[in-house]
Design a protein around this ligand. Sequence first.
Ligand SMILES: Nc1ncnc2c1ncn2[C@@H]1O[C@H](COP(=O)(O)OP(=O)(O)OP(=O)(O)O)[C@@H](O)[C@H]1O
Ligand SMILES: O=P(O)(O)OC[C@H]1O[C@H](OP(=O)(O)OP(=O)(O)O)[C@H](O)[C@@H]1O
Length: 223
Amino acid sequence: MTEKQSAPLILALPKGRILKALRPVLLHTGLDPASDCLDESSRRLRFPTANKDLDVVRVRSFDVATFVAYGGADIGVCGADVLMEFDYPDLYAPLDLGIGACRISVARLKESAAEAPEGKSRLRVATKYPTIARRHFASRAINAEIVHLHGAMELAPSLDMADVIVDLVDTGSTLKANGLEEIETIAHVTSRLIVNRIALKTRPEEIGVLIERFRSALLSSTQ
Ligand SMILES: Nc1ncnc2c1ncn2[C@@H]1O[C@H](COP(=O)(O)OP(=O)(O)OP(=O)(O)O)[C@@H](O)[C@H]1O
Ligand SMILES: O=P(O)(O)OC[C@H]1O[C@H](OP(=O)(O)OP(=O)(O)O)[C@H](O)[C@@H]1O
């Protein structure tokens, strides 16, 4: 057995809203991470679980796919938006957890006098998703100039920084509160269980057991 094989598997969980939504599922998995794993005021980032062969790390939701793709974690939970943005070839997403449902959309100022995006060949787009936005507009033969922000992109159109934004929408209240309207849905988003393909090849039984635990926990938590 190599050293890597005897090391504990690492499960990467996202802090924030997905972790909250995941709580009931996690409870049903019986993985039982140390109690401060779900307490985001704790400064610890790595937590033991009831199983000595599994540790949990808690990272930013936007970073989960990167931790798993680079093998820092073997398995993780992240939004499909993050998977789409990074598009790592070495990730396998075997399970849709159905939590964190939202959509990634294009929005612009309400009652905008501007020409509809489809009529333009260039567009300035404020977003935290440069790859998704560029790919989306390229498929419509629009050259997107990306204004890469990490939050508050709803401000960009009214401040003349961008023609449109590409961001997550759920209830639509953030768009409404900022005078924007959704004009196109790019993709529907839910959170996925993701696995590093090499880990799946080298430790198929342990990873298989974990996937099954999430699968049955999902069923129990929704019954
Ligand atoms: N309004 C929403 N409704 C439902 N799910 C959402 C919503 N916004 C984001 N999500 C999902 O939750 C994930 C995490 O979003 P969240 O807003 O908690 O973190 P973040 O602000 O992107 O991350 P960080 O705070 O680390 O920068 C997103 O990648 C998406 O999959
Ligand atoms: O359509 P709604 O229900 O209003 O949800 C959409 C908002 O939710 C997310 O922000 P979040 O609340 O996570 O804040 P943040 O991105 O600034 O962290 C997203 O970036 C939108 O701003």
